[in-house]
Design a protein around this ligand. Structure first.
Ligand code: 5GP
Length: 141
């Protein structure tokens, strides 16, 4: 019993629980960009995230930031507490990109996650839109 309580205290069950989770959703075009099977203009990359120019920009500066490992995050509402680190990395990368004048960003940006078809989501691999270089109106369309 003591041993089991020790595992519990060290969060070992969490690890076992995670091991059972599978991402079985269809792959998307973003996996091909990650694998360099199709070209993209990559502006930022580390071991966990990739950021590249949107192929159909809606602002002078329009970057998408994605997790390299989708890990079930087809859309934002699939997020759980296990995703806190990657969600933080995505937002930190978005904030750094939004300050990058060499990419066309100025003093402010519109940072958006479309969650589901009703919100306009077309690619089901979580991504953060970072848009700038012009003024934006509110509410969005
Ligand atoms: P969503 O509508 O899902 O929030 O945004 C998907 C975004 O991905 C769109 O803005 C679209 O222009 C962009 N996109 C779709 N296919 C490609 C592609 O092959 N390359 C790049 N760079 N962007 C893409």
């Amino acid at each position: 019993m003591e041993g089991l309580q020790g595992w519990d205290a060290r969060g070992r069950w969490d690890t076992i629980h995670l091991a059972g989770i599978r991402d079985v959703a269809d792959r998307t075009i973003f996996d091909k960009i990650i694998a360099r099977e199709i070209p993209a203009t990559i502006v930022k990359e580390d071991d966990k995230i990739l950021a590249f120019k949107d192929i159909n920009p809606v602002a002078p500066a329009h970057i998408l930031v994605i997790p390299k490992d989708r890990d079930g995050l087809t859309r934002l509402r699939r997020a759980t507490a296990e995703h806190i680190e990657i969600l933080g990395r995505l937002m930190l990368a978005a904030s750094e990109i939004a300050k990058d004048e060499s990419l066309g960003f100025g003093d402010g940006a519109r940072i958006v996650v479309n969650d589901g078809k009703v919100a306009g989501q077309e690619v089901f691999h979580l991504h953060v839109h970072v848009m700038g270089g012009r003024a934006f109106t509110w509410p969005p369309g």
